[in-house]
Design a protein around this ligand. Structure first.
Ligand code: FAD
Length: 479
């Protein structure tokens, strides 16, 4: 870089990388003391768009990050509208000649970034984008025939054979600001969370959005949880997973930071370490799939499912979203999602299977609901996981593998603690009946204060009949 470019300020465009540590675009923009103009743009239709739960998170996260930038001597400029126009105006106002960002990999984001990059370069700006949202570029791994991987195990093998994840960068200690600062909107102008009604009250109890919250939770996971991860990660009543997903979704921590911290922690044994890293790499695999199938959230990977006869029962769909299906493990999951903005992975699989197979409702309706209500909503992981459960995805569970909600409940929540936490009206039922209250003797229900159809719903469908109906519908498209 020549000295004249170095002396001019650089714009750093923030997106899903709301952190200071291991931030390649920020480090490059501020190299050698160059003045930086950090800007967050609420794009007209970009960034996902984010669902309601994630907008709550974004507001908290930006608040934290703005304070951190100020401590370093800088100020995040907030703007809404078209990114190209905004970046050009800011460049004019500050004299910036370069624009830096960390790459994003959702189809809409890729499309916007390509256009913005080409247009800015045409006008003589230096534009550079950096990796860091995932462990490897989504196009990096190729099968022997040069195509994308469709199955996870060979993807993981290729990944672990190479396993070159660059070491995380230290955060800059100081940032310089340009002499002329552009106008900024306020966070209130973004209207991210109105709090009327205050549906995110439960989120505040559980989460600390932002870079510090991410680092603290990661350390807690490494110190207290990681060594029981493989054995306990499927049990939803236990705090046995990392809870890194919402922090990763908005980039408050980089996956490389997690990868290195877990890989290098001396207290974690090999079994637990490997299991965790394999899960982390599922996220990369999902991005690999999304990169090669940009319509992953809307189009069956396996086109045979295009003819599947989905049900349009809106009452059943609503009951599922509200945790009122009459199957406690499903309802507990859906209520956890509403209250905490997050659901345990095992229960995500059970609740998704129930929507798709027991209720025969299109997996895309579920994907949409999760996208709106999860604080960790991720365009790749959400779409890939829904297709996985539906059986129409790349490396999918076969359609005929239909979860039995009673058996899943008894196996993974044997004492019913998880159900009791989210469905207080069933709290007094003994463990033996908690996953199938509709099969409990009348006297047991009475003793526990449960009146089916009144205090807790009767099952929406009979699981056995629903299973047969789903299998018949599947037979019809199989040939
Ligand atoms: P841990 O078990 O601690 O795993 C560590 C990290 O690995 C996670 O933070 C996540 O980044 C990654 N990971 C783990 N499992 C998966 C997986 N199956 N697929 C992709 N990445 C994974 N995850 C999301 O991040 N966003 C979503 O929108 C999302 N939607 C899902 C929808 C369905 C129907 C299902 C079945 C799963 C979905 N997942 C999604 C995957 C998984 O449930 C969550 O990543 C996990 O529960 C997050 O909790 P954790 O951070 O404690 O996970």
């Amino acid at each position: 870089m020549n000295t004249s470019t170095r002396s001019k300020p650089a714009i750093y465009w923030l997106r899903k990388d709301l952190r200071i540590a291991d931030n390649r675009a920020l480090s490059a923009a501020s190299e050698n003391g160059r003045a930086v103009v950090p800007v967050y743009i609420r794009e007209d239709d970009g960034n996902g768009p984010l669902g309601g739960a994630q907008e709550w998170w974004l507001e908290q996260s930006l608040k934290q990050l703005m304070a951190r930038f100020e401590k370093l001597g800088s100020r995040i400029i907030l703007k809404s509208g078209d990114p190209l126009q905004i970046l050009k105006t800011i460049a004019e106002e500050t004299g910036a000649e370069a624009v830096f960002w960390n790459r994003r990999y959702d189809p809409k984001g890729i499309e916007t970034d390509k256009k913005v990059k080409a247009a800015l370069r045409d006008e003589g700006f230096k534009v550079e984008s950096f990796a860091g949202q995932i462990l490897h570029e989504p196009s990096h791994f190729k099968t022997k025939t040069g195509g994308p991987y469709k199955v996870y195990t060979p993807f993981w093998k290729a990944f672990s054979a190479e396993a070159h994840v660059p070491a995380p960068l230290d955060p800059p200690e100081k940032l310089n600001s340009p002499s002329r600062q552009p106008e900024s909107e306020t966070l209130e102008d973004f209207r991210l969370y109105t709090g009327k009604p205050d549906w995110a009250a439960g989120f505040r109890e559980l989460w600390t959005p932002g870079e510090n919250g991410a680092q603290e939770r990661l350390q807690h996971f490494i110190d207290e949880i990681a060594n029981r991860y493989a054995g306990e990660r499927d049990h939803p009543s236990v705090d046995a997973t990392s809870l890194m997903s919402p922090f990763l979704a908005l980039g408050e921590i980089s996956p490389a930071t997690i990868w290195h911290a877990v890989s290098e922690a001396k207290n974690i044994d090999d079994t637990n370490r490997k299991k965790f890293l394999q899960e982390l790499v599922w996220r990369d695999f999902s991005y690999h799939l999304l990169f090669h199938a940009p319509d992953l959230a809307t189009k069956n990977w396996n086109g045979r499912f295009d003819d599947f006869e989905w049900s349009t029962d809106e009452d059943a769909y609503r009951a599922w979203t509200k945790g009122q299906t009459g199957y406690p493990i499903v309802d507990a999951g859906m209520r956890q999602l509403w209250r905490d903005g997050w659901m345990h992975n095992r229960v995500r699989m059970i609740a998704a299977s129930f929507l798709i197979k027991d209720l025969m409702i299109d997996w895309r309706r579920g994907e949409e609901w999760f996208r709106d209500t999860l604080v960790d909503a991720d365009p790749a992981s959400n779409a890939a996981s829904w297709q996985w459960v539906a059986g129409c995805g790349a490396d999918a569970a076969p359609f005929f593998r239909i979860f039995n909600p009673m058996l899943q409940g008894s196996k993974f929540d044997p004492d019913g603690d998880y159900v009791r936490r989210y469905i207080p009206e069933l709290a007094r039922l003994p463990a033996k009946h908690i996953h199938a209250p509709f099969e409990a003797p009348h006297a047991v229900l009475k003793e526990a204060g449960v009146e089916l159809g009144k205090t807790y719903p009767r099952p929406l469908v009979d699981h056995k009949q629903a299973r047969n109906r789903a299998l018949q519908a599947f037979e019809a498209i199989k040939g």
